[in-house]
Design a protein around this ligand. Structure first.
Ligand code: DNO
Length: 387
């Protein structure tokens, strides 16, 4: 695997020099200052690329060039936004960057209810708690129709949980969902958020998939012509939230995705954390199956709970068997004769990370360094025993 680390640019408290010391060779980043839907100009791309390269690292993957909501909804100026996207693909290719991650999640990108959930060893982890999500939907944003989204048991538990929450806890929950996560849309307020969700009234899974297919049939030929690989990130969590359709959650969804347009440029970011939160996904089997469609790896491990909640465990613990996953990857790479870019996805806030309150949740230096070191050791052991 090509070892990479995500970097959020100059404002990131984790520096390129830290990434170098972590032993990664590649950087995963985006032009975070460019507004969603605008063209990525070459001048801006080259500034970031030169900065990365002057630190002795390579810009391995763009994560992400985000997709404008109008494209997902096929409304307003979506044709112009698609044209902009094509231009951005051409521009990054001309600057020598050939890998783009993106997602097609409506309104929200990845979502958690806790950003600093205390673990027994004193470190903190990201957590998605089903009951707290129901608290947010039922009692904080007061969404209509939640009885179609949650069982009466969860709604009952949410009622009790809400009645016991302090106002700080309610604020923490709201902020975790609307403001907390790096690499996502801008910070949101409840009224804006409600308006954005309302745009999806009547948009079914089928419609959203058709819109994704349309988008891919437009941009993938441009990517292919320019030698660029596009890699969709699965939905996180891998189920509907807020009544919004989520369409990349399972093996079947990925089958559909690769079927939308047959091209080496139409591929997948295989995120073992997102896909691993769905107990029906057999990850090693899916790695074997999707083979050369897998352009990018996000390795992390979630611990699933019975009601659909989960938290992010150590990279080698959790509900997915990381040994079998890395073995499947190593076998695939050997067959393809390539090294797939991999980043240790998320990490616990631990040791000195705990002092750094400006670091992005999930993206602190030491927690991810631990993940990378464990994965690197696992890969080495597997390789030595196989070949
Ligand atoms: C979470 C990330 C996501 C991901 C985007 C890709 O850690 O993996 O923010 O970057 O969904 O478009």
């Amino acid at each position: 695997m090509e070892q990479t680390f995500r970097w959020f640019g100059e404002t990131d408290t984790v520096k390129l020099s830290d990434i170098k010391q972590a032993g990664a060779t590649g950087v995963v980043t985006a032009l975070h200052h460019i507004k969603n839907g605008e063209i990525w100009e070459k001048e801006e791309i080259l500034k970031v690329k030169n900065n990365i390269e002057s630190s002795g690292l390579t810009w391995s993957f763009i994560e992400s060039i985000p997709i404008h909501e109008n494209i997902k909804l096929q409304t307003g100026d979506y044709l112009q936004r698609i044209a902009n996207y094509k231009q951005s693909i051409k521009n990054v290719a001309e600057c020598g960057i050939k890998n783009i991650c993106y997602n097609f999640m409506p309104v929200l990108d990845w979502t958690r209810t806790h950003l600093y959930w205390k673990l027994n060893d004193g470190s903190t982890a990201l957590r998605f708690d089903k009951v707290e999500m129901a608290v947010f939907e039922c009692f904080i944003m007061k969404r209509q129709g939640i009885e179609n989204s949650y069982t009466s048991d969860i709604i009952e538990k949410a009622k009790i949980r809400f009645s016991k929450m302090s106002s700080e806890e309610k604020q923490r929950l709201e902020d975790s969902i609307l403001k907390g996560l790096p690499g996502t849309v801008d910070d949101l307020t409840i009224p804006i958020f409600k308006e954005m969700i309302a745009q999806y009234n009547g948009v079914s899974h089928q419609t959203l998939k058709a819109n994704l297919s349309y988008f891919l049939n437009e941009v993938i030929p441009v990517a292919e012509e320019n030698g660029v690989k596009m890699a969709i990130h699965p939905d996180d969590p891998p189920f509907d939230i807020m009544g919004l359709p989520r369409i990349i959650k399972s093996e079947k969804d990925l089958d559909d995705l690769v079927g939308f347009i047959d091209s080496p440029s139409n591929g997948i970011t295989f995120c073992t954390g997102s896909l691993g939160a769905n107990p029906e996904n057999n990850l090693p089997k899916m790695i074997e199956k999707f083979g050369d469609k897998i352009h990018f790896l996000h390795l992390r491990n979630v611990k699933r709970e019975a009601d659909g909640s989960f938290y992010e465990d150590n990279h080698l613990d959790g509900s997915s068997d990381m040994y079998e996953i890395v073995k499947a990857v190593v076998t695939l790479e050997n067959k393809r004769g390539v090294q797939i870019p991999m980043r240790p996805d998320h990490g616990h806030q631990m040791l000195n990370d705990l002092e750094n309150d400006k670091a992005y949740a999930g993206y602190t230096a030491i927690g991810r360094l631990r993940g990378l070191a464990e994965l690197r050791g696992l890969e080495l052991g597997i390789k030595k025993s196989l070949f």
